[in-house]
Design a protein around this ligand. Structure first.
Ligand code: ZN
Ligand code: ZN
Length: 251
């Protein structure tokens, strides 16, 4: 059976020089997910060899622009390429209206209207803690994480191909992140680095999470410019376009 892979389209936060912004593709035989339609998701999908037609779902953790502002370009691409099969968009409460307002602000409402006439786009907000069924028997479970108070922010656990892949979204240490780490074999984890208010993970917080979850493989993304791999021994620190395979834990 082909492996389940994670391809990093970008691994930086929006301040890290030389890195695109955090976004990745989860690819399994039964489905392909784009996690975070970052502003550069479309050119990075192309460069990494993915076509818009391959995506079954787009997963959004929260509405900050570094995670979402690539949406209009994905809609254009879907229209231009004559995409026909349904697309699910999964995100926190209000995701449909948030993306519609982005199209209005960009003065491309008519493109959005055409896209919704021609394409089947389904907007889904999972109930936190309740698994949402995806294609091919895969599941996704949302957990509320603590990032900024003005937004509902989700992290996720995706069960696909016998693997449990966690994603932190943007968060600081909190109960939701602990639950995600405890349920994941591999956890894609933000490490934005030092921040004046407690809204993100820094190196110390990532090390602490790793020590509490020795059975979970941590993979760092959303990396700040001052976060270097040598600061995170035993933790995978990928570069843009790196691809990892998900591996089942030893019996
Ligand atoms: Zn954020
Ligand atoms: Zn962010």
């Amino acid at each position: 059976m082909p492996p389940v892979t994670v391809t990093f389209l970008g691994t930086g936060n929006f301040e890290a020089p030389g890195r695109y912004w955090n976004s990745f593709v989860v690819q399994a035989p039964e489905l392909t997910l784009l996690v975070e339609p970052s502003p550069t998701a479309l050119p990075n999908l192309r460069r990494a060899g993915f076509a818009i037609e391959q995506l079954d779902a787009v997963v959004i953790s929260h509405f900050h622009p570094d995670h979402t502002f690539g949406w209009p370009f994905l809609v254009f691409e879907a229209m231009n390429r004559g995409r026909t099969h349904p697309l699910s968009v999964i995100g926190p409460p209000g995701v449909e209206e948030f993306l519609a307002s982005m199209m209005r602000l960009g003065a491309v409402e008519e493109v959005s209207a055409q896209a919704h006439e021609r394409l089947s786009i389904d907007y889904l907000t999972p109930q936190p803690g309740a698994p949402l069924q995806l294609l091919g028997g895969a599941h996704l479970t949302a957990h509320v994480v603590e990032h900024v108070t003005r937004l509902t922010c989700f992290g996720y656990v995706i069960e696909v191909g016998g693997h449990r892949l966690g994603y932190s979204g943007d968060t600081h240490p909190c109960a939701g992140l602990e639950a995600i780490a405890a349920s994941s074999q591999t956890l894609v984890l933000e490490c934005n680095g030092a921040h004046p208010s407690p809204t993100h993970m820094d190196v110390e917080a990532v090390r602490s999470l790793a020590s509490h979850h020795p059975g979970t493989r941590l993979v760092v993304t959303h990396r700040g410019g001052d976060v270097e791999p040598g600061m995170l021994p035993g933790i995978l620190v990928p570069d843009d376009y790196d691809r990892i395979e998900l591996t089942a834990p030893p019996e």
